[in-house]
Design a protein around this ligand. Sequence first.
Ligand code: ATP
Ligand code: MG
Length: 493
Amino acid sequence: MFGKRTSQSATQNQPAAAAKPVAAKPVATRLPPGVAPKPTAAQRGISPQSTAGPVGEAHRSEEYYITKGMIFGALIEAIDLSQLSRLDPESAREEIRDIVNEIISIKNLVMSISEQEDLLDDICNDVLGFGPLEPLLARDDIADIMVNGCNRTYIEVGGKIQLTNVRFKDNTQLMNICQRIVSQVGRRVDEASPICDARLLDGSRVNVIAPPLAIDGPTLTIRKFRREKLTLDQLVRYGSITAEGAEILKVIGRVRCNVVISGGTGSGKTTLLNCITNYIDDDERIITCEDAAELQLQQPHVVRLETRPPSLEGTGAITMRDLVRNCLRMRPERIIVGEVRGPEAIDLLQAMNTGHDGSMGTLHANSPREALSRIESMITMGGYSLPARTIREMLVSSIDVIIQAARLRDGSRRITHITEVTGLEGDVVTTQDLFVYEILGEDAQGRLVGRHRSTGIGRPRFWDRARYYNEEERLAAALDAAEIRDGARVLGG
Ligand SMILES: Nc1ncnc2c1ncn2[C@@H]1O[C@H](COP(=O)(O)OP(=O)(O)OP(=O)(O)O)[C@@H](O)[C@H]1O
Ligand SMILES: [Mg+2]
């Protein structure tokens, strides 16, 4: 019944296709045949209902999926995918809508207009976009999307992980979508190369791990790119830090302290690094090294570098260490490493120590002290047989400040410490907290109640640096305000 659109589509369907601006608007033909390019957010044409996210999905019954499967099958038979891939996304969407409407009427399927609209969107998303993921991708309040096989998709909203009702038809559909995502950046994921990192066109960071490594089906993790970039002032509004604390961070960013941002997974390290880099002067030459480019520096003079995984033959990998080392030959003033996780730690420390003041990096650790021992073990594991004392001397002479970020058990993200590395006593690296977050209790809704306060240190070690940049008054005022006001609040109960 839809034969006219299959084998004969190239001829019989020509007028309809020609009526649309197929020839005038050639689409990205580098995509595999049958895979139309991913529409832009505006082109996605997702209805308001579907952008509302899993709520819309929540009431979908088993029959819905059966009907959809049946229509989808008929559509795939009826449509010439290679021709579809030549259409621009909007025309392709229209073409699919026409055919689906036709299938619905020929099969005499009874459904309400809104059900039909839902189904149309759903099917268009399957054929043209990232299928059931599309409504989640369209939402800006989601931090992470975590797909654990075809039946379970979780999201992180407001620091809390929630199960959604998003489902894929089967693991094959999920795998096809994973493949479609990674092929955008010229990568491949299959049994032979089951691990893949990629980036969506909007900048979201993607990881795919497929069977046999992922036992329960393809597992996809997306760190959603936030359209609206967070700033320190917004972090103050969210209660992640106080205005005084933010002021101290602004000074630290500006006066070229060497900074390590430490925190657990998803605690907001990259966000914080991004915020602090805002206070770097415009005339500095900054080089960023990342595994997946996430930082969005606003300065005019930025060089962005990204690591490269090995090819399928296992060759051609460019590691973070290669990048950091190369940076040193690029006349950097500041080096910013997205995430330090291996032997590049020693290169970053050396850079910090050799005239690249104001370099920064993030790492996974649960406290400032743990951050120091993590760096130490990264260096030792990198094959350096340096005495512990030498490594610690290096830590002390390179790192000025450690900023600790945390995602607390109620889902809130806070900056819990601004800590200075002060020196070496015997074999022990000494630190002093300038600014801390203390948890005081919990409110009736289960939210943590706490407060940020300065520890009363009036003159941090980077005081001279602050004075050199004419920022000492601002620093003193912020430290002072944080201490007195919070002290008063505590006394007042
Ligand atoms: N202070 C904050 N308040 C609210 N949301 C935040 C805050 N900081 C970060 N986020 C959000 O939390 C998510 C995770 O942030 P980010 O990518 O900075 O974490 P991360 O620690 O770098 O994670 P990873 O360990 O995966 O690299 C993002 O969606 C970000 O927008
Ligand atoms: Mg990060």
